[in-house]
Design a binder for this molecule. Sequence first.
Ligand code: ADP
Ligand code: MG
Length: 324
Amino acid sequence: MPTLSVTGLRRRFGSAEVLAGADLEVPAGTLTCLVGPSGSGKTTLLKILAGKLDPEGGKVLLDGRDWSFTPPAKRGIAMVMQNHALFPHLSVRENAAFGLEEMGVAPAEAARRADEALRWVGAAEWAARRPQELSGGQQQRIALARALAQQPSLLLLDEPLSNLDAASRLELRSMLRGLVREKGLTVLCVLHDQKDALAMADRLGVMRGGKIIQSGLPIDVYRRPADSWTATFLGMANLFKGKVLQVGAGEFIAQTDLGEVRGALATPSAPPALGAAITVCIRPECLHLDAMPPEENAFKGKVVDSLFQGDHALHDFATSSGES
Ligand code: ADP
Ligand code: MG
């Protein structure tokens, strides 16, 4: 049973419908990542789950129970806000223990939990320091430790990797994955960068206009995006208009400006009709330059530019229908 199941969540601010019926599942023991453009309602969704904001409609089940019967403080949900505030006058250990006494945790147990959480995030050696003596990435770990010390059944993270340098981002990425695996945490994490999300997530949700427009395994969402917008939001995509010539077994053949293309259907359960207009998405990494092309999915053209990217190169390729 999923730990968290959200259906039809709604919320307005004035006349703006910020959550327009959002559905999301966060299975127990997973790191579920949510991506979407700025203003799509990600933080609003997290705030509602954390009990900082009331929904106007929809249902939230936590371990199968309707959470509206449980007061927010008893839901066992901890959130690390995007601009988490560590207290400058408190030590790292005191910051990590902050809020536990209010929750009714005895001081000795609060200290034990804070030390344990600091160990989990690799911050034990900074326990006596002040937050301002730490780097941005180190501070982010303390904010995480403070949430972990609450021993939440669900941890919500709002853009924990923003404003970190590349090395700290990679470190925190693998630390979070390790924590989910080793400690059995259930985490819903909003991310700004699609590459971080694809790399980190056990499950990925894509949010737009107050709705989750697609969710699933990252590889499925990336390879079978629900629409053109999702395709381009998650990575580079060459999009071609086409007409369906054949459909079967999760595949299609379409006539496009590029020629005949065979590919996988984004939604095999709802295949398009013969002759229907479709959009074909070809990820750049799926195209290979070959002097002896295969019979299928081979397109004639000319490389007009090559951009060296270190571990790979991007080629601009001119076909009879235009550049791709
Ligand atoms: P995201 O986190 O995806 O960038 P948010 O959930 O923060 O998006 O915001 C979604 C929309 O709701 C934005 O247009 C934002 O301006 C608006 N909004 C968020 N919080 C409030 C609020 N307290 N009052 C009025 N409008 C808000
Ligand atoms: Mg936000």
